[in-house]
Structures are given as structure tokens and as C-alpha cells.
Design a protein around this ligand. Structure first.
Ligand SMILES: [Ca+2]
Ligand SMILES: [Ca+2]
Length: 316
């Protein structure tokens, strides 16, 4: 309408006359108007909450805030609860206090706003949440939610250390052990295995066991051989031949008396041939290889080990 020129037809008195008599027509220019005021929107807000759920025996706290001051509060709730305190508490709460609480705000006798909030009191022994994902079984115990059955963060392998559980996610960390930490690559024939970058790196190769030492042969009806043992994982090959065959054919005639014997001794029950004798050679052996029968004396020609190995009767 603003800025327009209109004609208004009006009638004095009643408007029953439909003829032209008594009617007036005026031209009106609408140059300024009175704009209507906007509606005032209420800005006060009633917020209601509680600290629930709480465990039986604990204190249930109720909270109400209203943006306008100078008001009073009136609470009602389960188990006959009433209160005119703004933020009332229910100490020693029981499950009977579970339910919907309603608060109404008053200005004088005039109610301004009303809102509900739900609260739960969990019975002793019943499941609750201690806000820690790393405790897998939480139950109410005398007013407190107690977590149990914790997540166990075991080391993922020998080159990782025991982790810690993230209380928000329940996921275990997987820390890498420092480089150089001792580990075992599962191979007995490598020694000094160490962690590097979170994996077990094989150490130096382990060679075959050393030459057998301190062998003696006891006299008598049984020829009892003994030597110094080299440990639990070492076995022994005992070979022998006659002195006459040694002289005529060398070690190619050697025979295996005992193969992979765990004892560091051997009883030879054979009878010594007339005008002859036995010689004995013993070597140690492990999964990392066979040791040597010995280098022999300076007068030895050729390799004793390779000569024995060439014998069809040699110990494997
Ligand atoms: Ca190893
Ligand atoms: Ca053997």
C-alpha cells in the first residue's frame, strides 16, 4: 500500500443502503503506515538432568536450571518423592527411586515451565558401566560401579612388550621392544638372536660341536669307553676297527658301533682278536651338524673325517 493512491468508498451510518445516496468516494494516498510490532518470543529455558544412573546406596542428584531468576522449583518423582529444592539429592538411593522426575518452575503461584528427566538406580550386583571399556564386567557394589574382568594386553610376540588398554576404545597398545632385545628365532643353529624393528633377527650360525675330549678305554672283559659329555642336545657316533685293518686299509674299513648315542660312554663287548687290537674314534653331533673325529697326529696323511665318511659302514 505504501506509496500508492487508492480510492475508498465509504458510507456514513449503516451500510444497508446499496444505492449511491449517502456514499462518498475519497482518494487516499498511502504515504506512511504504522507497521505492526513483532511477537515477543519467550527466551527462558528449563533444563533438567540427573547424575543417573547411580548404584544402589549411592546418592542420586537432580539438577534444574531456569534462565529467569527469582523463581521457585517443585519436584515430584517416584517413591513419593517431592522437593522444593532447586537441585535436590537422594542419598542412599534404592532401585525404588528409579523413574521419571518432574520439575515445575514457578514465579510466585504462576507455573512458568515444567520438564521431566528419567533417572535409574541400579541394584547391587546388577550390571552398570564404569566408563572404562577395559573392564569388561561392571557391577554395582555398595553405591559404586566396580569394574572387573580387565582386558589383558599380552605381548603380541617376543619382540613386542606387554601393551596397555585404552580405556576409551578397549584396544591394547602393541609397543615394539627396543632393538637388541633378546629373542629366539626358533632355530637352534643360530645364536645371539635379537629383536630389530619389532621382528626377531637370526644371530650367527652355530657350527657343529667340537671334537670329543678325554676319551679313555677301560681294560677288562668289557672295553668301557668314556669321554667328556658336551650337553643334553649332543649325541655321539662311536666307530671302531682293528689295528691290522687300519694298517692295511686305513679308515675305509671302519665300522659304526653306535650312532647318535646320547650317553657319553660306550661298552664294547667284542673280544679282541688274537695278536690284534681295536682303535676307537668318537665324534659329537647335533642338529647343527656332525663334529670331527679329530685331526689326528702330524703323521696322519689325508683327512680322517673324509676317509671315515667314505667307509660304507661309517656312522651317518
Ligand atoms: Ca637361534
Ligand atoms: Ca650320527
Amino acid at each position: 500500500m505504501i506509496g500508492r493512491t487508492v480510492q475508498i468508498r465509504w458510507h456514513e451510518g449503516d451500510d444497508q443502503a446499496t444505492g449511491s445516496t449517502g456514499w462518498y468516494v475519497d482518494t487516499v494516498s498511502a504515504n506512511s503506515v504504522q507497521v505492526g510490532g513483532s511477537c515477543t518470543v519467550g527466551t527462558n529455558v528449563l533444563t533438567v538432568s540427573s547424575n543417573g544412573p547411580v548404584c544402589e546406596g549411592g546418592t542420586l542428584n537432580l539438577f534444574a536450571t531456569y534462565t529467569q531468576g527469582g523463581v521457585t522449583y517443585n519436584w515430584t518423582g517416584p517413591n513419593g518423592f517431592t522437593s522444593s529444592v532447586q537441585n535436590p539429592s537422594i542419598p542412599g538411593a534404592t532401585p525404588a527411586s528409579s523413574g521419571t522426575y518432574m520439575v515445575t518452575v514457578y514465579s510466585g503461584a504462576t507455573p512458568l515451565a515444567s520438564n521431566p528427566t528419567d533417572a535409574t538406580v541400579i541394584a547391587n550386583g546388577a550390571a552398570c558401566s564404569d566408563a572404562n571399556v577395559c573392564t569388561q564386567s561392571d557391577t554395582c557394589q555398595s553405591g559404586t560401579c566396580v569394574g572387573s574382568n580387565p582386558v589383558v594386553c599380552a605381548a603380541s610376540d617376543q619382540c613386542h612388550a606387554v601393551g596397555t588398554c585404552n580405556t576409551s576404545t578397549g584396544v591394547c597398545s602393541n609397543p615394539v621392544k627396543p632393538d637388541g632385545a633378546t629373542c629366539d628365532d626358533g632355530n637352534a643353529c643360530t645364536a645371539g638372536d635379537t629383536c630389530g624393528g619389532g621382528v626377531c633377527v637370526s644371530g650367527s650360525p652355530v657350527g657343529p660341536p667340537p671334537e670329543v675330549a678325554d676319551m679313555t678305554v677301560g681294560g677288562g672283559p668289557t672295553l668301557a669307553l668314556t669321554w667328556t659329555g658336551q650337553g643334553a642336545s649332543v649325541v655321539y657316533d662311536v666307530t671302531s676297527g682293528t689295528l691290522s685293518s687300519l694298517q692295511s686299509a686305513g679308515f675305509s674299513s671302519v665300522a659304526c658301533l653306535a650312532n647318535d648315542d646320547t650317553a657319553s660312554s660306550y661298552d664294547d663287548t667284542r673280544s679282541i682278536p688274537a695278536a690284534d687290537g681295536f682303535y676307537y674314534l668318537v665324534r659329537a653331533q647335533t642338529t647343527c651338524g656332525a663334529g670331527t673325529y679329530g685331526d689326528g697326529s702330524a703323521s696322519q696323511s689325508g683327512s680322517r673325517d673324509s676317509e671315515i665318511a667314505a667307509s660304507p659302514n661309517a656312522c651317518p
